[in-house]
Design a protein. Structure first.
Length: 298
C-alpha cells in the first residue's frame, strides 16, 4: 500500500487596512523578523513588501500594503492607495486588518474597494488592548453586516496571540502547487531597499511631527566588501529649515539616526555595516506621479 504524498500549498496573501492598524507589525510577526518598518505616524509603509513564510506544508507570500488613506489625496497618497488596492485584487486571499476598539467608516471603505468574490479574512488586531467582549462581538456583527468573511480571527500582532492560527488558516485556503519563491528567502526585496526603509523608519521615529511626511531616503551607493556593507544614503527634505531639523545641533540628530539604523541593519543583514548619511533639499519631489516613479514608487 502506497502512502499519498503530503499536500503542499502556496500562494499570495495581501494584508490590507486603513493606516495604523498594525499591518506591518503583523507581517513582521508572521515572518519572524523585522522586514516592514513601523512608527506611530500613519502610512509609514509606502511600498508593497513581500514577506515569505515557508514550512513543510507550504509557502505563504504575505504582502504588506500601505494603509488606505481616505482623507488626503496628494500624489503620494494616490500612488500608495493604488498599490494597496491593486495588491488586494491580485492575490489569492486578502486579510483585512482592523482594530478591536471598533469598526469605522474608513474600515468599510477599504472593504468596499475589494472585489465581492475575493476570499477575505478579518483579523481583529490589538485585542490585548481592548478586552471588552460585548464590544468585540458588536464589531464583528457590524463588519459582517455588509460583507461575509471566510474567517474572523481576533489577534494581537504585538504579542503574537493567534497569529500562528491566522497563518494556518491562510495556508489552508491557498492552492495546491509548488512554492512560488525559494524556501530559504524571507522577501523578494533587495538589501538596498531594506536599508532605505530602515533609515526612513529611524527618521520618522526620531523626528515625529517635526518633519513633513513627504521626506524620504535614497540609497546612493550600496557596496559589499566581504562581510562588510558600505552604505551611502541621502535624506531628502523639502526646505532648508527641515534640513537643519534633521541634522540637529552639531549633527547630533543625524548621528543618532545613523547609529540606530546601523544597529538594525547589522542585525538584519548579519554583517558589519559602514553607514554614511547626507541631507539634501529636494523641493517638490513628491508632487507628481512621474517624479514619484523616479524615486521607486509604483
Amino acid at each position: 500500500m502506497t502512502t499519498a504524498a503530503p499536500v503542499f500549498r502556496s500562494g499570495t496573501v495581501a494584508i490590507v487596512g486603513r493606516p495604523n492598524v498594525g499591518k506591518s507589525t503583523l507581517l513582521n510577526r508572521l515572518v519572524g523578523q523585522k522586514l516592514s518598518i513601523t512608527s506611530r505616524r500613519p502610512q509609514t509603509t509606502r511600498h508593497r513588501l513581500l514577506g515569505l513564510v515557508s514550512t513543510e506544508a507550504g509557502q505563504i507570500a504575505f504582502v504588506d500594503t500601505p494603509g488606505y488613506q481616505t482623507l488626503k489625496q496628494q500624489p503620494l497618497h494616490k500612488v500608495m492607495n493604488k498599490a494597496a488596492i491593486e495588491t488586494g485584487r491580485e492575490t489569492d486571499l486578502v486579510v483585512m486588518v482592523c482594530e478591536a476598539k471598533g469598526w469605522s467608516a474608513a474600515d468599510q471603505q477599504v472593504v468596499d474597494l475589494l472585489p465581492a468574490d475575493q476570499p477575505l479574512f478579518l483579523a481583529i488586531n490589538k485585542v490585548d488592548q481592548y478586552r471588552d467582549a460585548p464590544k468585540l462581538q458588536a464589531l464583528i456583527m457590524q463588519a459582517q453586516a455588509k460583507r461575509q468573511y471566510a474567517e474572523v480571527i481576533p489577534i494581537s500582532a504585538k504579542s503574537g496571540h493567534q497569529v500562528e492560527l491566522l497563518a494556518q488558516l491562510c495556508l489552508a485556503r491557498l492552492p495546491v502547487q509548488p512554492a512560488l519563491y525559494p524556501v530559504d528567502e524571507l522577501t523578494d526585496r533587495s538589501e538596498r531597499f531594506l536599508a532605505a526603509e530602515l533609515l526612513r523608519e529611524k527618521l520618522f521615529r526620531q523626528l515625529g511631527d517635526e518633519l513633513p511626511y513627504e521626506s524620504t531616503v535614497v540609497i546612493d551607493k550600496f557596496e559589499e566588501e566581504g562581510a562588510l556593507r558600505r552604505i551611502y544614503a541621502t535624506i531628502l527634505v523639502g526646505r532648508d529649515a527641515q534640513k537643519a531639523i534633521v541634522i540637529g545641533a552639531g549633527g547630533s540628530r543625524l548621528k543618532q539616526i545613523g547609529q540606530q539604523a546601523r544597529l538594525d541593519l547589522e542585525k538584519l543583514l548579519g554583517t558589519k555595516v559602514y553607514l554614511e548619511l547626507f541631507v539634501k533639499v529636494r523641493s517638490g519631489w513628491a508632487d507628481t506621479e512621474q517624479s514619484l516613479r523616479a524615486y521607486g514608487y509604483e
